[in-house]
Design a protein around this ligand. Structure first.
Ligand code: ADP
Ligand code: ADP
Length: 233
């Protein structure tokens, strides 16, 4: 079943010179898929993420997530939709430094009024799977980069969103931490059937994806399905 459908998506930024950042992009991502988006700088990757995340409006074409079009909702519905149905992971982690790792992870559930013991149990279960149970009581600023990003993954997934959007999640990490983080993504993809769309420049990160979509000049120009050999990309 398709979780994400991107249909003839076009985005033109008006200005002195209009820029066609996306030019008729179409693809679907099925439930449980782990898809990478690659392309040179300026190819439209950020714009694609922003339109899917409903941060930016399409000029034409559209997006459907779990059968719903977030661009056809009012502001309040969109905010709720993003909070419930999407999980975000960023290059700079975006954790709250004044909270512990555990408090960061349960944040999305706090907003929904889930009882504390239930939240703690869920956080522990995810932390174990991600290999960060030992750092749950630590403040976010005390963690290594790889631990921060795995904490961010737990936070993005704890409310079981339909779609995880990751923007250069290994962009700030050395290769050892990148590998740990990508193994964490793969584990969550397998155990929770999390559907993940990840923008990346990093060939190592892309090698963990089932499928990589390449964009260039705002157009989809290639798509590679992973064979048995992870070094294909
Ligand atoms: P990427 O993430 O692949 O580097 P972007 O989506 O950021 O690409 O940019 C695609 C094109 O759209 C580029 O030419 C960029 O300069 C332009 N662009 C992106 N955002 C804006 C904006 N807010 N206003 C005008 N042009 C933009
Ligand atoms: P990335 O490193 O993810 O490719 P960019 O450096 O392309 O990101 O863009 C960072 C932010 O700046 C994005 O939110 C994008 O929309 C905005 N942006 C990119 N190009 C332009 C532009 N020419 N004019 C205005 N905003 C832009």
């Amino acid at each position: 079943m398709a979780v994400l459908e991107v249909k003839a998506l076009t985005k033109i930024y008006e200005g002195k010179v209009a820029t066609k950042a996306l030019d008729g992009v179409s693809f679907t991502i099925d439930e449980g898929e782990f898809v990478g988006i690659m392309g040179p700088s300026g190819s439209g990757k950020t714009t694609l993420l922003n339109v899917i995340a409903t941060i930016d409006e399409p000029t034409s074409g559209g997006v459907s997530i779990g059968g719903q079009d977030p661009h056809r909702m009012n502001r309040e519905q969109t905010a709720l939709f993003r909070r419930r149905e999407l999980g975000f992971i960023f290059q700079h982690f975006n954790l709250l430094d004044t909270l512990t790792a555990e408090e960061n992870i349960v944040l999305p559930l706090t907003l929904d009024g889930v009882p504390v013991p239930v939240m703690k149990a869920r956080a522990l279960e995810m932390a174990r799977r991600l290999g960060i149970e030992g750092v749950l009581p630590k403040y976010a600023y005390e963690l290594s980069g790889g631990q921060m990003q795995r904490t961010a993954i737990a936070r993005a997934m704890i409310h079981e969103p339909s779609l995880i959007l990751a923007d250069e999640p290994t962009g700030n990490l050395d290769s050892k931490a990148s590998r740990d983080v990508m193994e964490a993504f793969a584990a969550m993809n397998e155990s929770h059937r999390a559907t993940i769309m990840m923008v990346t420049h990093d060939a190592l990160a892309a090698s963990f994806c089932h499928r990589v979509i390449f964009i260039k000049d705002g157009k989809l120009y290639n798509e590679i399905y992973r064979g048995d050999n992870r070094q294909t990309f």
